[in-house]
Design a protein around this ligand. Structure first.
Ligand code: NAP
Length: 291
């Protein structure tokens, strides 16, 4: 079987075009969508991620507000800054770049962001809304994967969907999204027994295990759709995923490459969430009764 490549570059570009149009319409109404990104310290990987977000904002017309705080910023000062941004009507989305320096409680910081501006979708109110089928912000990577599946014409309803990994930012929200699309969902993790027996049931397998080239053909049913969330550098400093692409692809009906699969979708969905936050900021009745 020769697998179809699911093209994340192309689909993310489509989404960014749609956001650009949406932003244009908001600007015509006098609303300038704005994303505030707080980075504490100068972690080089974080700086690259922040730069990518800035570029995507510039492309889509979203105002980018950069807040670079020194490495020794106290948790209290960071929480105060978040509170200021929560109260600033010109700011629609707030994102704190993770990881944070030691001594700052990531949970306290994430929970301090107003759910109405939580464009990462990490706040418990948004995570809960997703599980209850209510409107809210969905974590960008799983939201992007759903778009990859839908825009590639892959049917989810009634399918066996297996999610490998149960993190709060990928695995769990992914499972909730697939369930909401009427998939039959199984979530696996490090304590799962006979992992291959479970993954071999999957019509759709989402791999977010955080281990380079962990999944090969022996994990797959013939004709499975495989989504690879992982990002790693191999021995030759090339990007690779959680899936051994060379071994897995011949057994798949469709598969995402790394790079060029899930990766570009995350920033595109962040832009989409920012446009949504700006649009909802002017609605008379806030979502979910005033949060
Ligand atoms: P994570 O928090 O490290 O979670 C990994 C999950 O895999 C955990 O649930 C863990 O189980 C499970 N696991 C680990 N070893 C296992 C094993 N041997 N068998 C079965 N399950 C196992 O990772 P994450 O944040 O979800 O990220 C996953 C990958 O996606 C990483 O490579 C990350 O870099 C990448 N990522 C990419 C993007 C993107 O934009 N493309 C975004 C986010 C993450 P336990 O819960 O039992 O420990």
């Amino acid at each position: 079987m020769s697998a179809t490549l699911i093209d994340g570059k192309k689909i993310s570009a489509q989404i960014k075009e749609e956001v650009k149009e949406e932003v244009l319409q908001l600007r015509e109404k006098g609303i300038v969508p704005c994303l505030a990104v707080i980075q504490v310290g100068n972690d080089p990987a974080s700086s690259v991620y922040v730069r990518n977000k800035r570029k995507a904002c510039e492309y889509t017309g979203i105002r980018f507000q950069d807040d670079l705080l020194p490495e020794d910023t106290s948790q209290e000062a960071l929480l105060d800054r978040i509170q200021e941004l929560n109260e600033d009507p010109q700011v629609h989305g707030i994102l704190v770049q993770l990881p944070l320096p030691q001594g700052i409680d990531e949970k306290a910081v994430t929970y301090a962001i107003s759910p109405a501006k939580d464009v990462d979708g990490f706040h418990p109110v948004n995570a809960g809304s997703l599980f209850l089928g209510e409107k809210g912000f969905v974590s960008c990577t799983p939201a992007g994967i759903l778009q990859l599946l839908k825009r590639s014409g892959i049917e989810i309803a009634g399918k066996e969907c297996v999610v490998l990994g149960r993190s709060n930012i990928v695995g769990k929200p992914m499972a909730a999204l697939l369930l909401a699309e009427n998939g039959t969902v199984t979530v696996t993790h490090s304590k799962t027994r006979n992992l291959r027996e479970v993954t071999k049931r999957a019509d759709i397998l989402v791999v977010a295990v955080g281990k380079p080239r962990f999944v090969d053909d022996t994990f797959l049913k013939e004709g499975a759709v495989v989504i690879d969330v992982g990002i790693h550098r191999n021995e030759s400093n090339q990007l690779c995923g959680d899936v051994d692409f060379e071994k897995a692809a011949p057994r798949c009906s469709a598969i995402t490459p790394v790079p060029g699969g899930v990766g570009p979708m995350t920033v595109a969905m962040l832009m989409k969430n920012c446009a949504q936050a700006a649009a909802e900021s002017v609605q008379e009745e806030p979502r979910n009764g005033g949060r």
